[in-house]
Design a protein around this ligand. Structure first.
Ligand code: NOJ
Length: 543
């Protein structure tokens, strides 16, 4: 059976604010993306995911939407968007949008009307006379008092992001209509923001107090969600040739399957976060030393647990996560660790997602000055930490490693002013390393990180085993070797990596003596039976 196109293609995530500015206002825009279509084609990716471009007061950089059917002025116009969509389609590239419907902006007309007590909109959000003890993902309380309505409203993110009440039929109909609007325009699907928290327990009960995310037992994967997403699937998504990928926080494989199992398909795939916990405890601000085994374990767990029942997403970065090479790589083996990480993730079974700049090995900016950060989460967490008595130095250490702005600094195109992103002041400072890390430089070097990404992308198109082969761990308990085998028809694909900065000898490597690897991140290195630091080898064998 032919695989669905969203299993075969590679997704490239664009964070429009930081991708390419075309009108010198310091903010990336749609025309900037259009101008970079040749770059997207040259990468070989097949789907673009656009982070939100809708009208927004930008409290959370577009994840607070005030009008779901129009484009934020600084990004361009609806006509620009239609042009982008048409040009991507002409280039054989599909486009998915971000669907942010757990909450709206407090500047959305629905919320304004709801706050006024307008009968139609009164119950579009969660209002209560008294607040309870739920806390917000951004630190602090999840309730804010509204003087007009004289009630508290729930917001699991910032106070400018009130949560929609999904129990309200009209809210669900509105969401369906919004999806149809974009699908009718030709978009090819959605990435559904924090979708597993949309349904809240009836009457919003008091939370069991927790150090973080109090209240989560009342909104994570609440059983009602299956009815709500089932409705959307039946009434909207199933009518189009589209796909959905849900961002699902704190999810287990079993819960994931309750959405993506091939017999359920409320969503086509989900983003899970287990492997993003490899350097932290529960939430990213409680940092711990990174150990490769802590990345290998959850990745393998998800490969095994999802197996044939559903479909995985493969990612290491996005606009919320720090740069993967800064987190999991090694500064002394920058290129090697960047390419090893790419090998590790993109030969697994699932749809690959590449976040802009990852393909050139962009690193955390780690600005030392709090004022250089724009992100609301970063500032809220700083305030929360300081209130709890943590020193400025301690908070800055966390922020420099974990702030979302590490991934949001402008795309580094070349070594000209502001990395070729804008000719004026960028909305967020460019990473000072842009003179050495940029697209142009990568393009001129045969063995660059970019060239390696292109090879992986090309290989995925050439070998069906990479898409559909079964996954199996090898020497799972080994702390430095990460090796797995994919099996498909009469072929086997071996992915063998030394996930450490020390040479590694292992009998597995000897089995491939004399064989030409399909991919190798140590160009020109002759087989000596020892894996060098961060060496990655891929072998294709016919049985
Ligand atoms: C997840 C998004 O990826 C993140 O950027 C945003 O802040 C929250 N959801 C709230 O929408």
């Amino acid at each position: 059976m032919k695989s669905p196109w969203y299993h075969e293609r590679i997704v490239y995530q664009i964070y429009p604010r930081s991708f390419q500015d075309s009108n010198a206002d310091g903010i990336g825009d749609i025309r900037g993306i259009i101008n970079r279509i040749p770059y997207l084609i040259s990468l070989g990716i097949g789907i673009v995911w656009l982070s939100p471009i809708y009208v927004s007061p930008n409290d959370d950089n577009g994840y607070d939407i005030a009008d779901y059917r129009n484009i934020q002025k600084e990004f361009g116009t609806l006509d620009d968007f239609k042009e982008l969509l048409a040009k991507l389609h002409q280039s054989g590239i599909k486009l998915i949008m971000d669907l942010v419907v757990n909450h709206t902006s407090d500047e959305h007309p629905w919320f304004k009307a709801s706050a006024e007590g307008d009968p139609k909109y009164k119950d579009y959000y969660h209002w209560q006379k008294t607040k309870n003890n739920w806390s917000s993902f951004f630190g602090g309380e999840a309730w804010t008092y509204h003087p007009k309505r004289k009630e508290y409203y729930l917001h699991l993110f910032s106070k400018k992001q009130p949560d929609l009440n999904w129990d309200n039929n009209e809210v669900r109909e509105e969401v369906g209509a919004i999806c149809r609007y974009w699908l009718d325009m030709g978009v090819d699907g959605f990435r559904a923001d924090v979708i597993n928290i949309i349904a809240k327990a009836d009457n919003l009960p008091k939370a069991k107090p927790q150090i973080a995310l109090s209240g989560r037992e009342h909104y994570l994967n609440n059983p009602k969600i299956h009815r709500y997403l089932g409705e959307l699937r039946d009434e909207v998504f199933s009518k189009y040739d589209c796909f959905t990928v849900g961002e699902t926080v704190l999810i287990t494989p079993k819960q994931a399957l309750s959405y993506i199992d091939k017999d359920i398909r409320e969503l086509d795939m989900v983003f899970q976060f287990d492997h993003m916990g490899a350097d932290n405890y529960f939430v990213k601000w409680f940092m711990k030393k990174f150990r490769p085994i802590n990345l290998k374990k959850p990745l393998s767990k998800w490969q095994n647990a999802i197996g044939d029942r559903g479909w995985n997403t493969l990612y290491l970065e996005n606009h919320d996560q720090p740069r993967s090479v800064s987190r999991f790589g090694h500064p002394d083996y920058y290129e090697q660790s960047a390419t090893m990480l790419a090998t590790m993730i993109y030969f697994q079974k699932g749809t690959p997602f590449i976040y802009q700049g990852q393909e050139i090995g962009m690193l955390n900016a780690s600005f030392g000055n709090l004022d250089d950060y724009e992100d609301i989460e970063t500032h809220n967490i700083y305030k929360t930490g300081r209130k709890l008595g943590m020193s400025h130095k301690r908070m800055m250490k966390k922020i420099m490693m974990m702030s979302r702005d590490n991934a949001r600094t402008p795309m580094q195109w070349d070594d000209s002013v502001n990395a070729g992103f804008t000719s004026s002041e960028p909305w967020l400072k460019v990473n000072p390393n842009y003179k050495t890390i940029n697209v142009l430089k990568n393009q001129t070097q045969t063995n660059s990180i970019l060239a390696y990404y292109r090879k992986i992308i090309a290989l995925r198109k050439e070998h069906e085993i990479i898409i559909n082969g079964d996954y199996e761990d090898l020497y799972f308990k080994h702390k430095r070797l990460y090796a797995y085998r994919r099996t498909f028809k009469d072929e086997q694909l071996y992915v063998i990596m030394n996930f450490s900065s020390k040479p590694l000898r292992h009998s597995l490597v000897d089995e491939f003596k004399g064989l030409e690897p399909l991919l190798h991140n140590y160009p020109g290195k002759v087989f000596d039976g020892i894996l060098s630091p961060y060496e990655a080898l891929v072998y294709l064998v016919k049985k």
